[in-house]
Design a protein around this ligand. Structure first.
Ligand code: WQD
Length: 339
């Protein structure tokens, strides 16, 4: 069975390609390399021994998407990662985000809705919950007004898929990630942020390796146990495995509805200071940091209620925060030593 993975050379995409291949799926990757590199293919092959089909293609080109599906008419399963995902950048360049995250989704669905059956897995985010009223957050928590154009594209994306699934043979699963961290234990693939990392964990590992002077902790005056924000940091391999389980659920027609939503988190909240402590423990070195002003748009706390993912999807995270930090650190050291 040939599965299309859009954004398959990206951070979560590449880890998912590995898990799909491990389960015997044939994978075709579409990636425009705007936030990834073709070298990731080598890492995937080093782990699985199998070269996925790769097509450098920009999903914003409608005719390119149509041609792709003519050439790969047997593709009925799609895992859609390709999207821009920097919250701050989305505020400065909203149209880039609406074009790249919405138009591309529409072109993919226009192709899939013509098929007698299709299975679609969408990379969504806990950002759709905004600041949820109760912790842990379950899937029926209200969708809050988006705090950024990036978050809005995830909300709109979910609505588009829901509407199309109702009137087509598309069955879909929306996966709302909390905070993905870490890298494959082989250190053949991992997170490759371009420029100054926006996210906490790559900034920590780049500080640890000496690439950044110190970490700025965005606020320590929040109503949390130690004053810093709380998030649910989940190992990227656990997230990747969830995608394979979700795809198999659709292929085996185990889905109870045309569209299902699952939170992907560990169920445990960790503060920024706890993440720093975890890094110091696994690296054996102190991390230089300073407390600065809060970052605009940050929610105080977000961590997942994992009951539905555990009991309905049949998936549970295996890795701890420390294991995630250890794999992120190991990857950082390898990337820097190779440069
Ligand atoms: C985590 C915590 C920061 C950097 C975003 C998106 C989400 C997903 C993951 C794509 C916050 C603090 C961070 C730093 C810091 N993206 N921080 N210093 O904002 O929870 O989630 O990325 O799928 O959709 O919203 O992740 O890693 O940016 O921040 O203190 O240099 O770390 O304030 O409390 P976030 P993050």
């Amino acid at each position: 069975m040939k599965i299309l993975v859009t954004g398959g050379l990206g951070f979560i995409g590449s880890h998912t390609v590995v898990e799909l291949q491990n389960e015997g799926f044939e994978v075709v990757i579409i990636d425009n390399l705007s936030n990834s590199s073709e070298a990731v293919l080598k890492g995937i092959v080093a782990i699985t021994g199998k070269m996925p089909i790769f097509e450098k293609l920009d999903l914003r080109e409608k005719t390119a998407v149509q041609d792709f599906f003519k050439r790969h008419a047997d593709v009925t399963g799609v895992i859609h990662f390709a999207a821009s995902k920097a919250v701050g950048e989305s505020v400065e360049k909203p149209l880039l985000y609406y074009e790249n995250n919405i138009n591309t989704l529409i072109y993919l669905l226009q192709e899939l809705q013509q098929k007698p059956e299709a299975h679609f897995i969408f990379s969504s985010s806990c950002t759709v919950y905004g600041q949820a009223d109760t912790m842990p957050i379950n899937e029926s928590a209200p969708i809050q007004p988006a705090m950024s154009p990036y978050g809005n594209t995830k909300q709109i994306g979910e609505e588009i898929i829901t509407d199309v699934a109702k009137v087509s043979a598309i069955n879909a699963i929306l996966l709302r990630y909390f905070n993905p961290i870490g890298s494959h234990p082989s250190t053949e693939i991992g997170e490759l942020p371009i420029g100054v990392p926006q996210n906490l964990v790559p900034f920590i590992t780049q500080t640890g390796i000496g690439l950044r002077k110190e970490l700025s902790v965005y606020g320590a005056d929040y109503p949390t146990p130690d004053g810093t924000c709380v998030r649910d940091y989940i190992h990227v391999v656990d997230i990747a495995k969830a995608h394979v389980i979700a795809l198999q659920r659709l292929l085996n027609k185990k889905n109870l509805a045309k569209i299902e939503t699952f939170n992907l988190g560990t169920g445990t909240g960790s503060s920024v200071l706890e993440v720093i402590k975890a890094f110091e423990k696994v690296s054996g070195q102190k991390l230089p940091y300073k407390i600065v002003a809060r970052r605009e748009g940050d929610v105080v706390s977000a961590y997942a209620n994992t009951d539905k993912a555990n009991n309905v999807l049949g998936w549970k995270t295996k890795s701890t925060l420390e294991e995630g930090m250890a794999s992120a650190w190991k990857w950082e050291q390898k990337v820097r030593n190779n440069n």
